[in-house]
Design a protein around this ligand. Sequence first.
Ligand SMILES: CC(C)(COP(=O)(O)OP(=O)(O)OC[C@H]1O[C@@H](n2cnc3c(N)ncnc32)[C@H](O)[C@@H]1OP(=O)(O)O)[C@@H](O)C(=O)NCCC(=O)NCCS
Length: 132
Amino acid sequence: MLAAGVNCYNVALVRLGSGSIVSQGAYLCTASHDVHKPDFPLLARPITIAADCWIASEAFVGPGVTIDEGAVLAARAVAMRDLDAWTIYVGNPAKPVRKRSHNALDLAACPTRKTVGVLGARLEDYIGSQRP
Ligand SMILES: CC(C)(COP(=O)(O)OP(=O)(O)OC[C@H]1O[C@@H](n2cnc3c(N)ncnc32)[C@H](O)[C@@H]1OP(=O)(O)O)[C@@H](O)C(=O)NCCC(=O)NCCS
């Protein structure tokens, strides 16, 4: 899911895995220029974000970067190199600060899951009651 204000500059392909979230103002930048050549040619490389990642607000992901499953890129961090799975990265350039538990996304272990289920059922009832 891409939040409002994400800049998805897809000169090359941007792949987003299931369950991954890109938050407000993040920049997915697939293109640059070769600054070592006089004609300043465009360089475009794909960005791949695997499943269950979080690219936080105003983070920057550069051309050719692959972000492995479950990784987190913190707010305003800059990723110009690949990020490892289930790892949290902060800063510019982004550096790993800690691992993220695989259980982070285990909904069965989530205490609010039941509440969400109840709310979902009520919403279904409400929608049903509004149908002619
Ligand atoms: C990365 C994040 C999820 C925190 O993860 P966490 O595992 O709870 O990490 P912590 O808060 O314990 O921080 C770990 C270290 O990274 C640093 N850090 C955390 N976020 C950082 C950031 N965005 N930039 C720089 N450093 C950061 C902390 O200061 C801490 O450093 P220390 O160990 O020297 O004290 C959170 O800081 C973040 O960036 N959230 C995104 C917010 C956002 O985008 N919100 C809008 C959409 S809802």
